[in-house]
Every structure is written in C-alpha cells, then in structure tokens.
Design a binder for this molecule. Structure first.
Ligand code: SAH
Length: 255
C-alpha cells in the first residue's frame, strides 16, 4: 500500500482565484478533502469526482465537528494510504488551528506539509483599497483576534498594541466591537481614528463600511454587518477614500 499523506492547505480569503497553484494541485490529487465553513465551495469542483468531501464547519443550529475528531479523521485516512487535504479559509497558520493539526500529524508520524494561503486581512485590505502599510502613514501592522477581548483573559495585550503598532487588523471581532473600541480608547487611541469593516472580503458579496472608532458601532448596526468580517483600524483607511475620490474624478472626466 502506498503511504498516505496530509496537506494542510490555505484556500485563501474567499475569491477562489486567490488560491495558490500548489494548493490547487493538492486539491486535484486528493482522495479525501476535509473542508471548513469559510472555504469557497467552488474549489471542491476541481477535485476528482470520486474524492471524498467531508464538511467540518458549523451549519446553522449545529455544532462544528470537534477539533479532535477532525484530527482523528486526517490521521485515519492518511494511515489508510489516502492523499488527504485539510482545506481551510485564508491561511492555515493564522487563527486557523493549523498549528494544532500539524502537531497532531507529527505526533502520529504522518507525513504532512503546510501550504500557505492569503489570509483574509491581506485579501480584504487589497480589495477594499486599504494598504496595510503606507509611506508616511503606517510602518507596521498587527493581526489580532477580537474574541474574548474584554477583561483579564484577553489573549491580546491591547495596552502594548495601541502604543506600538500603526495598523491593526482584527479577526473575529464584529460581535465584540464595543469592547474592542473601549480597549483602544482606554489605552490612548483617539475616537476619531479611522476604521474600516469589510464583510465577505474578496467575494462578490463584499461590503465595506468606513468611519471612526466613535461612529462605527452605529454604522455596523445600521448596515447589519455580520461575520465573516474584518476590522481595520488606522490612518491607512483614509487611502481608500483617496483612491475612491480619484477614481470618481477620473470617471467624471471620461464621462
Ligand atoms: N485562517 C483564516 C482566519 C480564520 S478566523 C484566515 O487566515 O483568514 C475567522 C475570521 O477570519 C472571521 O471571523 C473574520 O474576521 C475573518 N475572515 C475570514 N474570511 C473573511 C472574509 N472573506 N472577509 C472578511 N473577514 C474574513
């Protein structure tokens, strides 16, 4: 029996064309694909018809497959000689539990590789016209989680972040926006700091809302913005407005 293997693969941020060639090759060769909720399902059509496709994400009203179960399946299918692809949204090592899966494969003695993907902060920023760094405005950016942002158990040191990084991209933060805002203001950000929220970034359903720390919560409610969405905080958000106004100027000159 030929030995099986596992590829822990980043599918990119939503637009299926943003996947890497290497990731696409692994999908085409796969015997089994275990995929997450945020993966664009169109990508599965590139697999062989007989490829086993296993959904691991949460469906409304149901729990997602427990992480241990996913890892068990990856090990089991690979040990049976299959080429297994573990397909995840964005990049597997950015809030994707890819590290845990790599550790589980290594521990089980399964041959594995990790294929990076465009993480949603990079993808959404590009399609919203927001450069994460920009000469004169931002020389650094950080990717942080907005979940459990309140109180002592917060995995993010907001005090240090606010005072050391120019652009902050926050994942999993939409439902926590008011707590995040509170942390940022508490540690010295101004209420007038520009904020963008990008929902369904890089897809045809993308919506982008821009405002400030002061008014964003209201805007999110009015626009009914929900997950998946990314929050970008910092002066670079203004570049989007600049791009948009230059584009509309150019259009009006043509027209
Ligand atoms: N590994 C993924 C992140 C998974 S955590 C990556 O690298 O992108 C899930 C969070 O990612 C969501 O709560 C949201 O904040 C963000 N996200 C994923 N896809 C997104 C998209 N298309 N647009 C905006 N945010 C997205």
């Amino acid at each position: 029996m030929k030995p099986g293997s596992v590829a822990i693969v980043g599918a990119g941020p939503g637009d299926p064309e943003l996947i890497t060639i290497k990731a696409m090759l692994r999908i085409q060769e796969a015997d089994v694909i275990l995929y997450d909720r945020l993966v664009n399902e169109g990508l599965l059509s590139y697999a062989k018809p007989e490829t086993l496709r296993i959904y691991c994400g949460k469906s409304p009203g149901h729990h997602s497959m427990p992480q241990e179960r996913i890892e068990q399946l990856m090990i089991q299918y690979a040990a049976d000689g299959n080429k297994v692809v573990r397909l995840k949204g964005g990049d597997p090592f950015v809030f994707g539990r890819g590290g845990e899966e790599a550790l589980a494969m290594a521990e089980a003695g399964i041959s594995y590789e990790v294929i990076p993907g465009i993480t949603s902060a990079i993808g959404a920023a590009a399609s919203a016209g927001i450069p994460l760094t920009h000469r004169g405005l931002a020389a650094s950016f950080a990717i942080v989680t907005g979940s459990r942002c309140h109180g002592h158990e917060s995995p993010v040191r907001w005090d240090r972040l606010v005072n050391s990084v120019d652009t902050i991209a926050i994942y999993m933060g939409i439902s926590q926006f008011s707590d995040i805002r509170e942390q940022l203001l508490l540690h010295g950000k101004k209420g007038t700091t520009p904020v963008a929220v990008i929902e369904n970034g890089t897809t045809s359903r993308q919506r982008t809302v821009t405002g400030t720390l002061n008014n964003m919560e209201k805007l999110l409610a009015v626009m009914n913005i929900s997950n998946p969405a990314l929050i970008i905080i910092g002066e670079v958000v203004k570049v989007r407005e600049q791009l948009l106004s230059l584009e509309s100027e150019a259009r009006s000159q043509i027209g």
